[in-house]
Structures are given as C-alpha cells and as structure tokens.
Design a protein around this ligand. Structure first.
Ligand SMILES: Cc1ncc(COP(=O)(O)O)c(C=O)c1O
Length: 366
C-alpha cells in the first residue's frame, strides 16, 4: 500500500527502455561480476524531487568527480534475492524487510525518503523483465543489489542536494549445502566493526570497506572470516558479514538459541529475523536476543555445553562455525554433522519457503 505522505517516485510512472541486444548468460554463476541486461535508476534532486523511475539497459554511470558518495561515502545498499520455484514462479523473500532497512539506512545517510512499497514494485518489474536470468535450479538465485548514492557534485561535507537510487541484478550460486565446510573465525578485540551510536545497523558501504583490513589479517591467521567483538568484555557481535547464533545449554541449564540484540551495532538481518521467527514458532527451546561474551563461550566450551554456532545471511543462509582463534587459542566449536542439525532443519524450512514448496506469506510473487 503506497504511503502518500512521503514524497516519492511512483512505480506507475516507470519508463521502460528495453535493451536491443541481450547478453549471453555465463555458464557458471560467478557472483557479482556479470550483471543482467537491465538496471533500474531513479534520480532525485532537492529542487525537482524524485524523477520517474527508469528501467534501461545495464551500463556505466556518469558521475561528477567531486560527487560526495565518492569522497565521504554518502551511500548505502541492500542485498536480497529472487528464487525460481519448482512451479516456475519467481519469489522474493520478505522483501519489505529489505525495503525498510534501506529506508533506515537512507535516513541515517541524510539521503531522501521514498515509499518502500513503490521501490519494491519497481524492483519487481525489473526482475520480471530480466526473468530469464533467474536460474532454473533450486541451488541458485538472482541477487538483487539496490544502491543509493549521493550525486552531490561538490566537496562540502553536507546533506546531498542530488542523489541516485539504482538497482542491479546478478546471478548467485548456492553457498549452503550439507557438505558445507565449517567456517573458521579469527577474533581479536583490536578491531571493531561497529560501535554504539555508529552506523553498524545500517547497510552503508563504509562499514564494509573498513572491515577489509581485518578480514585480510584473519586470512593471514589461516581463518576465513573475522569474528567481530565489542567492548571490554569481548561481546560476540557478528561473523564477517553475517549475524551470529549460538545454540547451547545456557548458564541456567536451559537449551537456548541465542543471538545478540539489535542495540545499534548489529545489522538487522532478514535471515536473522526469519530464524528467530521460525524457531520461536517451533517452541522446542528457548530463543533469545541477548549479549554473549567470549568469556561465556569459552567456559561453555570447557563444560561441553555448546551444541553449535552458525552465521546467517542472505548470501549463505546458514553457515556452521567450526573454529575460533582467540587469544592464541584455537577453540573448536562442536560442529554438527549432517544428521543432528538444527542448521539443516532451518535451512530446509527457509529454502522450502523461498522456492515455493511451502506456501508462506513471507514470499512475494514477482
Ligand atoms: C554486517 C552484516 N550482518 C548480517 C548480514 C545478514 O543480513 P541478511 O540476513 O539480511 O542478509 C549482512 C548481510 O547483509 C551483513 O552485511
């Protein structure tokens, strides 16, 4: 339902310029390098407001070299997917959560507001136009990258007077399978991904660019990702670009699935929310948003109270964690094999919804 109180572009005004030559699709799904035939662009300026949305052939942008997204990182993005179901219908998964997160990031970046449902309808049209790119398999999908940048052509650090919202699409293979190797994480409190009062709960490019240096140090230590810690008590916050879950017997002897609370330093993941909603509905164990520290994890590991740990995100869905290097120790996380698993049960229920095998109001038909 459109919210008429927000000055916004309207999907009904969409202008469509189809590409005269279609690209050949790659044989393998290599993430983020080959994009589909079309893109969506929507321009905004303080004087003219939002322009009509445009779907046009994928191509380069032309930006003023002084543009403030390039100098001060005034920009943000989203990540979501379209799945082709067994019934050949295309579905998005809880897309309004992405739209709402994008609106929050826009507000924090001083970029203009827009009507989230109008953007979703424009994205739906873009995916529909490039629907041949949505893989015909249950193990891949079409990745959707909405992006919003300041195009302010001046070096003053100020609220942008012009901006460009655009959406590009590429194919994505599956990150998750039952054979998935468990992740190794490197935890060192000397680096911080996000802090209270900062922008860790927004999907702004700066959060990711800043994380790269630590990521390469993790690789030097033989690990795949950084386990981001926070504060004097080394709170566990996120793993790489994933939310994190601990399945354990907690201090009160209760079986619990725990993930850190949304206190401003955690990205409010769509997968995180879905895992919380799903496991709360099952009612099989306590499901909690709570602080978890490395101290608590280490003592639970010593007492063999940890069942498993995993990361969650749109890219991988669920990724089991196998080791953590912390304060010179290599902590072995009991990693579930194919049979036990909470992770495979969650992955199955979520993919059944995404690929339309289980009807759900979490899906949005393209
Ligand atoms: C820092 C961070 N945490 C968590 C997530 C997982 O979020 P989602 O489940 O919406 O993909 C992402 C990915 O977007 C991320 O970048």
């Amino acid at each position: 339902m459109a919210d008429n109180s927000i000055p916004s572009f309207k999907a009904a005004d969409l202008v469509i310029q189809l590409s005269s030559t279609l690209k050949s699709k790659p044989d393998v799904f290599s993430f983020g390098t080959v994009f589909t035939d079309h893109m969506l662009t929507i321009e905004w300026s303080a004087t003219e407001g939002w322009q009509a949305p445009l779907i046009k052939p994928f191509g380069n942008l032309s930006l003023d070299p002084a543009c403030s997204s390039l100098h001060y990182g005034i920009q943000l993005f989203e990540g979501m997917k379209a799945y082709r179901g067994d019934d050949n219908r295309l579905r998005l998964f809880r897309p309004m959560l992405n739209m709402n997160r994008m609106a929050n990031s826009s507000k924090r970046a001083c970029l203009p507001a827009f009507d989230q449902s109008e953007l979703l309808e424009c994205i739906r049209r873009l995916v529909e136009i490039d629907e041949d790119w949505v893989p015909h398999t249950n193990s891949a999908s079409l990745y959707i990258r909405p992006t919003f940048i300041s195009t302010e052509p001046s070096l003053g650090v100020k609220k942008p007077s012009s901006a460009l919202l655009y959406v590009i699409l590429c194919q994505a293979g599956s990150y998750f399978n039952n054979e998935a190797e468990a992740l190794s994480l490197w935890a060192d409190p000397k680096y911080t991904r996000a802090w209270k009062g900062g922008t860790g709960d927004c999907k702004m490019g700066g959060n990711y660019g800043c994380a790269l240096f630590a990521q390469y140090e993790a690789v030097d230590y033989g690990c795949q990702q950084v386990l981001w810690l926070y504060g004097e008590d080394h709170q566990i916050t996120e793993a790489g670009t994933m939310n994190i879950f601990l399945h354990w017997i907690n201090e009160d002897g209760e079986e619990e699935l725990a993930t850190p609370p949304l206190d401003g330093i955690i990205l409010p993941g769509v997968t995180r929310q879905s895992i919380l909603d799903l496991t709360r509905k099952w009612g099989e164990f306590k499901v909690t948003e709570r602080y978890l520290t490395m101290g608590q994890l280490c003592s639970a590991l010593k007492q063999q109270q940890v069942k498993e740990m995993f990361g969650s995100g749109t890219a991988c869905m669920i990724c089991p964690i196998g080791h953590i290097i912390y304060q010179g120790e290599n902590l072995h996380i009991p990693c579930q094999d194919k049979n036990s698993q909470l992770t495979s049960q969650i992955a199955k229920e979520l993919t059944d919804i995404q690929y339309g095998r289980t009807p759900s109001d979490w899906t949005f038909l393209v």
